[in-house]
Design a protein. Structure first.
Length: 485
């Protein structure tokens, strides 16, 4: 969605279009984690196994991975209002279908449809933000975005825990439905189009290879916890081959100006460094999000609701601090935030390697808050620096690559920590260690590996510039120019 110069927003006020998109994004991302505590209820009400019930989350994740690669092309071909209407309309349809689903199969279809709408919202928000907000104010506005995207996942399990105490799992959708409908109606009344859409046909072969590639990769990684490594590894390998074919096809299509995902964004050094930092940090975050609930529920005996309440302050702190971090970034640049943030991530993960059956809850809370605040200090500047290094016509593709890599990093982080934890616990149990101690040792090792990987975040943080260089200043103008057939 190319912008018109007169749409640049002056002053220190967040543009109305961004406020509307942040609100809508908060609603759809909240729904992504709201089913976490509903698995036992689904097993009872819809007569399915635990492995089948887990598909309400797996199918959502796979759909996101398959759809996000298409969003870069899609956002350049439709108006802002149409992209918003389609995304929220699809989300509403999926929510209504899930609420009314008489069978598990229809619930799964509803979740897939929901994810299709969710996948468009985040790239739409990021692309619009980079287009309408001037560079000197992007940090502050990106901080408000961080508030939405970090508080929503933290609130999801807590809200679902509260609702499930008093009502059916269907109310998880019935409560979201009127809120999403109101947000959609209000947004369509107030939202204005940003720029003019471009023309161009879609390359369906690219769509197929993207869906197969990223879908297989994320699915294969999510199955490593089952214990049979051969089959998941084969699925991952198939996904990697499809992604390689997809990438080669995009490079060829770039010559005609109609790639599904424009990989020339990777020629911008600052963007690529930001991408690596974000992926590893997101991997570490997802690993902790998997391990902490397992520790608190399986080893400390807390309920899902108690677990959600314990980890909620970290998510809230991350969101509340987002706007402040954004303002600091606008004034002083990224290095004074990203480098301490990267160090804080490593320190927090290293601290989690000391977990024990009697570790005080306040220590867990402090470590989790440190991790979330450190991630906030890294994410807001990194998003802004990375996308700011791209020329305007590549914002949508940069957002698409970023979103796709987030899904892959989340799946890889989950697979990594669960595989390490399970392998360590199994080995120790086979050698006579009691299951509780073996499980705890596996968790410590998984946290230690995450902490070791997070050193990459520190390295990337040191390599990042303080401000995003303009493409022309970075010597990238020739490679990143738009191509017109």
């Amino acid at each position: 969605m190319p912008a018109e110069p007169d749409l640049a927003v002056a002053g220190r006020r967040t543009p109305a279009v961004i406020r509307l998109l942040v609100l809508a994004t908060f609603v759809v991302i909240l729904n992504e984690t709201i089913m976490v505590n509903a698995i036992p209820r689904l097993m009872t009400d819809l007569h399915v196994t635990e492995r089948s019930a887990q598909w309400v989350s797996t199918a959502f994740m796979l759909t996101m991975a398959a759809v996000i690669p298409v969003t870069g092309w899609f956002l350049q071909r439709v108006t802002t209002r149409r992209a918003y209407a389609i995304a929220m309309g699809v989300f509403l349809l999926g929510t209504a279908l899930s609420a009314a689903a008489p069978t598990f199969g229809l619930l799964l279809v509803g979740r897939v449809v929901q994810a299709g709408g969710t996948a468009v919202m985040m790239p739409l928000l990021m692309t619009t933000l980079m287009t309408v907000v001037p560079q000197h104010d992007r940090g502050r506005v990106m901080g408000n975005v961080t508030l939405a995207i970090s508080v929503a996942p933290a609130m999801g399990p807590v809200i679902s825990g509260l609702v499930l105490q008093i009502a059916s799992w269907r109310w998880l959708f019935l409560l979201v439905l009127p809120i999403a409908a109101a947000v959609t109606w209000f947004g369509l009344r107030k939202l204005e189009n940003i720029g003019e859409p471009e023309s161009g046909a879609i390359d369906w072969a690219s769509v197929v290879f993207a869906a197969l590639g990223f879908g297989s990769l994320v699915y294969g990684l999510s199955k490593f916890e089952v214990g049979n490594i051969a089959v998941p590894a084969l699925i991952v390998a198939v996904g990697a081959v499809c992604i390689a074919i997809f990438a080669l096809r995009q490079i060829r299509l770039q010559r005609t100006g109609s790639p599904l995902m424009d990989l020339r964004v990777l020629l911008a050094g600052t963007y690529t460094k930001s991408l690596v930092l974000m992926a590893v940090a997101f991997l570490a975050m997802m690993g902790s999000m998997i391990l902490l609930p397992l520790y608190l529920q399986n080893l400390r005996g807390l309920s899902p609701l108690q677990t959600g309440l314990l980890v909620m302050p970290g998510g809230l702190a991350m969101g509340v601090l987002g706007p402040t971090i954004g303002r600091v970034f606008d004034r002083f640049g990224g290095r004074m935030l990203v480098i301490p943030g990267a160090i804080g991530i490593t320190v927090a993960l290293a601290g989690f390697t000391t977990i024990s059956p009697t570790m005080p809850y306040w220590q867990l809370l402090a470590l989790h808050i440190l991790l979330m605040l450190s991630l906030a200090a890294a994410f807001t500047p990194v998003f802004t620096l990375g996308l700011g290094a791209l020329p305007q016509h590549l914002y949508s593709h940069g957002s698409s690559v970023l979103g796709t890599l987030q899904q892959v990093a989340a799946a890889f982080g989950t697979a990594l920590v669960v595989t390490i934890m399970s392998a360590r616990a199994t080995t120790l149990t086979d050698h006579g260690t009691d299951p509780l101690s073996a499980h705890l040792s596996g968790m410590r090792l998984a946290f230690a590996v995450s902490a070791a990987l997070s050193v990459i975040v520190i390295v990337m943080a040191v390599l990042l510039p303080n401000r995003a260089p303009a493409p022309a200043e970075a010597g990238e103008s020739t490679e990143l120019e738009p191509v017109h057939p």
